[in-house]
Design a protein around this ligand. Structure first.
Ligand code: SIN
Length: 281
């Protein structure tokens, strides 16, 4: 197995080569992959033609399965969600705004695995931003201002009965279940420490973070806008270009991500599994 160096200024995204994920991975290699995943936020395994069982086996090497609310998984594989957009489809790409997967959960998933099956000839990149690096670069004043603040997270904007997916007019191939449960909220510290490394990161995102606790709305909106603009700067972003049969795994604790469109008229099919998080220290 060979772990390359990241080739982006964001210090995210390393390719792992000379490994066949069809076979069970030995423990010493799992540890090395885990270290690279945590260090570089996104790891990439090109040329991995896997079936669903092999994908599940890979996921299980890194923890328990996460909970998948609001997305209806494959009936025979209850932990795999199909991210599918057909050529005729006009609905916006799923996951098309910056987010960290299921950050509204009490213990959000530590990781997400995405395996590509059908990739369009243009568009359809996934963008990742390094939120730990973004935290490090904040001014001392800003670090002091946010150090004890908590942000409220909720799935309501996309998944409530009056949310984005419930109201959208265009037909979507993906099976999404909107629900009143999406109105629930959970608060996390804005500055969260990674459970495995202690590294501080900005644990907020524009899709699921709705306000800052105990702060007037305008002030909270202004501060969140400032932080989101800071996190979304080009220097923190790694743009992932897909090929078929590529598996990537990212760390939801130190990166936010979004799916880009630009492939109308073409099909895109991915399979996704989340890995359950660990309780905070
Ligand atoms: C997501 O999980 O948010 C979607 C990512 C993608 O399809 O590129």
């Amino acid at each position: 197995m060979k772990i390359n160096k990241p080739n982006s200024s964001a210090n995210l995204g390393v390719a792992v080569e000379n490994i066949d994920l069809k076979k069970p991975i030995k423990n010493n290699l799992i540890n090395k992959i885990r270290d690279a995943w945590i260090r570089y936020g996104v790891i990439i395994f090109p040329n991995q033609e896997l079936d669903h069982e092999q994908l599940e086996l890979f996921a299980q090497s890194f923890g328990c399965y996460g909970d998948e609310p609001f997305l209806i998984p494959m009936s025979e594989h209850p932990h795999i969600v199909k991210l599918h957009r057909k050529p005729h489809e006009q609905a916006s790409p799923f996951g098309g705004a910056w987010h960290s997967d299921w950050s509204f959960q009490a213990i959000p998933p530590s990781g997400t695995i995405l395996h590509s099956k059908i990739i369009p000839p243009q568009g359809g990149d996934t963008l990742f931003a390094n939120t730990a690096q973004a935290y490090d670069d904040l001014s001392t004043d800003m670090k002091n201002k946010i150090k004890d603040l908590k942000a409220v997270h909720s799935a309501k904007r996309p998944y409530a009965k009056d949310g984005f997916y419930a109201l959208e007019k265009e037909k979507r191939t993906m099976k999404i279940h909107t629900s009143d449960e999406a109105n629930q909220t959970f608060s996390h510290p804005i500055v969260k420490e990674h459970e495995e490394t202690g590294r501080k990161t900005l644990f907020i995102n524009p899709v699921y973070t709705i306000n800052i606790e105990n702060m007037p709305t305008t002030e909270s909106d202004d501060l969140l806008f400032k932080l989101f603009s800071h996190m979304g700067q080009e220097k923190y972003i790694y743009r992932h270009k897909w090929e078929p049969d590529m598996l990537i795994m990212w760390d939801n604790r130190t990166v936010i991500h979004m799916a880009e469109g630009g492939y109308d008229g073409y099909e895109r099919l991915m399979h996704r599994i989340t890995i359950a998080g660990l309780p905070s220290n």
